[in-house]
Design a protein around this ligand. Structure first.
Ligand code: SF4
Ligand code: SF4
Length: 453
């Protein structure tokens, strides 16, 4: 492995992790939850309940719509009061189940630890748990655990970088239960057959690094030839977007995922640190993914905190239960300031992949006016994907599909670094997203090739 532990480009936004030393607080007592039937990348779920049905915690209410999908479970006990449309995190209107809580949080009687004996039963159990990538990507985890047979991973890479400003939910997960992180890693190594693990974590988190070392060293001392002796903590230079999958793989292994490729193309499986901790908890308890740990922060929030709440709680109810707004929010984001998605209603629910809610006051939320590009090349120097953001921006504004392809618009990971460093305040990421939409629309219109042509 290389000694640099980083990548080229990137930026250094102020961390603003004011909640980092605040223990996670469990909040219950919510009146209702709204559970979208598509909280994951892939096919939406088919609804299994109807208004009037009584449900219990952990009961399956959404059946996966295919292999790339994840079941949805009730996060409170109570009564289904509606099956209705809501706005999903992508902005599309999607079906959701609204449950009025009875305040009891009674667990469904079928909840029990899954019987796992081999790779197939492990992957099936994770599929049944409804687990998706908890770092924000929302990709169903059982799909990640099923790489093509000819691309079996030789390295499990745990993403503990948490490089976005404000967000501390993964950091708290490590500090509060490092044993679960290690147990989850050992399960994945054992059942998927991966010989070694590297935990990539930024070097501004020494307490978390020490906590991980302590549990790994204790396990390895008890079993010197066991798998824990093949788990390594890799401190990384603190630099945004260190937690982006391709950057992390390159920083830790020196391997480069090809354009349009996936981690298994370079024999790596990447899982978020909270994802593996959930795996350990699930194998012990059988309780599916019905709760979410997240950071609530931002200048408009009265009491920034790390919280553990039922999936589906409306964001407005969550903020109120945590102390309310100190100032009128100008913008509320699901996620951090660099890659988060702005929501237009406080009725939007917390979803499985939601690692943060960031509420900015009106002053901080103001979007500065753009000025003309001064050709300083800062965006080019900082792009971790080595793209030319300014050229893609210009092509996008001209609807020039050929140039969008030439400048590899689709390789952009939408990390926001170019917009962050641009002195002209160009809305580069938004423009690049528009460019991707133009390419998608053109591809959809293109005549399909005959199967046997
Ligand atoms: S072009 Fe894309 S990948 Fe490059 S810095 Fe901008 S948002 Fe990030
Ligand atoms: S950073 Fe902004 S001003 Fe500088 S070249 Fe890029 S788009 Fe132009």
């Amino acid at each position: 492995m290389p000694m640099t532990w980083s990548f080229s480009g990137g930026a250094h936004p102020h961390g603003r992790k004011g909640t980092a030393e605040a223990a996670t607080v469990r909040l219950d007592g919510f009146r209702r939850v709204v559970l979208p039937l598509s909280q994951h990348a892939g096919a939406p779920c088919r609804c299994l309940v109807a208004p009037g049905d009584l449900v219990k915690v952990g009961q399956r209410i959404g059946e996966p719509g295919g292999f790339v999908s994840a079941p949805v479970h009730a996060s409170v006990s109570g009564k289904v009061v509606a099956v209705r449309k809501t706005v999903g995190f992508s902005g599309a209107r999607i079906e959701a189940v609204e449950i009025e809580s009875d305040g009891v949080y009674e667990m469904h009687p079928d909840i029990a630890p899954p019987v796992v004996t081999d790779r197939a039963s492990f992957v099936a159990a994770i599929a049944a748990s409804g687990l998706v990538g908890l770092g924000g990507a929302s990709f169903p985890t059982h799909v990640k655990l099923s790489p093509p047979a000819d691309k079996a991973p030789d390295t499990l890479l745990i993403n503990a970088a948490e490089c976005e400003p404000f967000i501390a939910s993964d950091y708290r997960r490590i500090l509060e239960d490092p044993a679960a992180v290690l147990a989850g890693i050992l399960h994945v190594m054992h059942y998927i057959g991966i010989p070694r693990t590297a935990i990539g974590i930024e070097d501004d988190k020494p307490r978390a690094i020490a906590a991980l070392h302590a549990v790994i060293d204790a396990k390895a001392a008890a079993d010197p030839f066991g798998p824990a002796s093949h788990v390594e903590v890799v401190p990384l230079r603190t630099r945004y977007p260190q937690g982006a999958e391709k950057m992390l793989i390159h920083a830790v292994t020196g391997r480069t995922v090809p354009s349009g490729g996936l981690p298994h193309d370079v024999r790596v499986m990447v899982l978020n640190v909270s994802t593996v901790a959930f795996i350990a908890d699930y194998l012990l308890t059988g309780v599916p993914l019905v709760r979410r740990r997240l950071t609530l922060a931002g200048s408009a929030v009265r009491s920034p905190a790390n919280l553990d709440v039922p999936v589906g709680v409306p964001i407005g109810d969550l903020v109120e239960a945590a102390g309310g707004f100190a100032r009128t929010p100008g913008k509320v984001l699901m996620g951090g300031p660099m890659m988060g998605v702005a929501i237009d209603s406080l009725d939007s629910p917390i979803i499985k992949a939601n690692n943060a809610i960031l509420a900015l006051d009106e002053k901080e939320a103001r979007i500065p006016d753009e000025s003309v590009c001064i050709r300083c090349a800062k965006c080019v120097e900082s792009c971790p994907m080595r793209l030319m953001p300014t050229a893609i921006d210009e092509a996008s504004r001209r609807n020039d599909l050929e140039e969008l392809g030439t400048f590899h618009c689709n390789d952009c990971i939408e990390c926001g670094t170019c917009s962050f460093v641009c002195p002209a305040r160009r809305h580069l990421v938004q423009s690049i997203r528009n460019g991707k939409a133009q390419l998608r629309a053109a591809a959809a219109k293109a005549p399909k090739k005959e199967a046997n042509a």
